[in-house]
Design a protein around this ligand. Structure first.
Ligand code: KG4
Ligand code: ZN
Length: 349
C-alpha cells in the first residue's frame, strides 16, 4: 500500500448488522464493534428493510465513535474511509455510504466504496497472510451462493450461482419452518447435531446437473412437507436438510472445478461458512484435490466491518483510485459483471 496509508475505517450496513472497524495494512484489527438487529427482526422471521434502515441510522454513528475511542484514534489519524456501497438492502446501504461520505468529506480523506461481496471474498486474506491469488471461493451467505475464481483484487470469475434461493436463506426458512426463530443458520446447525441425517429423505436439487448452478427452493419446500407429515423429529429434519445442502455444495464444487484452472486453495466465506459441518465437508473436498482449505474465523464469516476496511486496504494496495463523493449506493452489484444471468432468477447478483 502507499506509504501514507496505515489505518482504514470500515463501515458495514447492508443487511441487519451495523458495524464499524479500524484495520491496519499490517492485518491488525485495532477495534471493531457490531450491533446486531436480530432481535428487532425476529418477530418477522426475516429482515424487514425499513426497520433495518432505521436501526442503522440510529446505531452507526455511536459505533464509529466507539471504535475510534477504543483504538484511541481520531478520524484525522485514519488514512481512508471504506463503506459497503452494495449489494444489499438499499436503505441500510445508503445510511452507511452517506455516513462514510460525510466523514471522508469532513476529514478530507479518500472514500472507498466497497462491494460487500468483495469484502467477503477478500476476508480470508485478512486472517491469513499466506493466502495467495488465484483461489477458488465458495461464497455462501443469506443473499448469495456462488462459486468464484478470485484472480486478484477486483478480478472475479463467477462459475456458479443460485437460480433461486441462497443457502443462508434456505437455512433461515428451514429454521422458520421448525420454529427456531431468526437468524436460522446457527439454530439449525445446533439442532442438526442431535439428529439423524439419514432419517428424512430430501431432494438434492441440480445434483449431477450439467448446468453449473445451485438451487435450494425445492429443498426448502421439501422440508416444509416433511414437517407437515408430523412423522419426523425436528432434529432429524434439520440434520437431513444440512446433509442435503452439503451434498449439493460438494457436487456443485466438483462441477465447477472442471473449469476452475489452477488455484492455491479452496476458500469459504460468508455467513454460512460459519457452519462447522459445512466447513468439515469443504475441508474434505479440498483435501481430496490436494488443496489447502481456508476459512476465516467465525466472526469474520458473518457480516462485519473489518472485512470492509480490509477490502478498502486491498483496493488501495492494488492501486485503485479513491471513489468520488457522488458514487451511488447499489442494491445489485455483481462481482463478475461478465457472468451470464442464471436461468430463471437472474435475481441474485
Ligand atoms: O454473510 P452474512 O452474515 O449476511 C449476508 O450477507 O447475507 O450471512 C448471513 C446468513 C444467514 O442466512 C444465516 O442464517 C447464515 O448466514 N448463517 C449460517 C450459520 N451462521 C450464519 N448458516 C448455517 N450455519 C451457520 N452456523
Ligand atoms: Zn454478507
Amino acid at each position: 500500500m502507499s506509504p501514507g496509508t496505515k489505518v482504514v475505517l470500515g463501515i458495514e450496513s447492508s443487511c441487519d448488522e451495523t458495524a464499524a472497524a479500524l484495520v491496519t495494512g499490517g492485518r491488525c484489527i485495532l477495534a471493531q464493534a457490531i450491533a446486531s438487529q436480530a432481535e428487532a427482526h425476529a418477530p418477522y422471521g426475516g429482515v424487514v428493510p425499513e426497520i433495518a434502515a432505521r436501526a442503522h441510522a440510529e446505531r452507526l454513528a455511536p459505533l464509529i465513535e466507539q471504535v475510534l475511542q477504543e483504538a484511541q484514534l481520531d478520524l484525522a489519524d485514519c488514512d481512508a474511509v471504506a463503506a459497503t456501497a452494495g449489494p444489499g438492502l438499499i436503505g441500510g446501504v445508503m445510511v452507511g455510504l452517506v455516513t462514510a461520505k460525510a466523514l471522508a468529506m469532513a476529514s478530507d480523506k479518500p472514500l472507498i466504496a466497497v462491494n460487500h461481496l468483495e469484502g467477503h471474498a477478500l476476508s480470508p486474506r485478512l486472517a491469513d497472510a499466506a493466502l495467495e491469488f488465484p483461489y477458488a471461493l465458495l461464497l455462501v451467505s443469506g443473499g448469495h451462493c456462488q462459486i468464484l475464481r478470485v484472480e486478484g483484487v477486483g478480478r472475479y470469475r463467477r462459475l456458479a450461482t443460485t437460480i433461486d434461493d441462497a443457502l443462508g436463506e434456505a437455512f433461515d426458512k428451514t429454521a422458520k419452518i421448525l420454529g427456531l426463530g431468526y437468524p436460522g443458520g446457527p439454530a439449525v446447525e445446533a439442532l442438526a447435531a442431535s439428529g439423524d441425517p439419514a432419517r428424512v429423505t430430501l431432494p438434492r436439487p441440480l445434483l449431477g446437473s450439467a448446468e453449473p448452478h445451485f438451487s435450494f427452493a425445492g429443498l426448502k419446500s421439501a422440508v416444509l412437507r416433511a414437517r407437515e407429515t408430523g412423522r419426523h423429529a425436528d432434529a432429524d429434519i434439520a440434520a437431513s436438510f444440512q446433509q442435503a445442502a452439503i451434498a449439493c455444495l460438494v457436487d456443485r464444487l466438483d462441477h465447477a472445478f472442471a473449469d476452475m484452472g489452477q488455484v492455491t486453495a479452496l476458500v469459504a466465506a460468508g455467513g454460512v461458512a460459519a457452519n462447522h459441518a459445512i466447513r468439515a465437508a469443504l475441508e474434505h473436498f479440498a483435501g481430496s484435490r490436494g488443496l489447502r482449505f481456508v476459512a476465516p474465523p467465525l466472526a469474520l464469516c458473518t457480516d462485519n466491518a473489518a472485512m470492509i476496511a480490509w477490502a478498502g486496504i486491498e483496493r488501495i494496495k492494488a492501486g485503485f483510485a479513491a471513489d468520488p463523493l457522488d458514487i451511488p449506493a447499489r442494491p445489485r452489484w455483481p462481482l463478475d459483471p461478465e457472468a451470464e444471468p442464471a436461468r430463471g432468477a437472474g435475481v441474485k447478483a
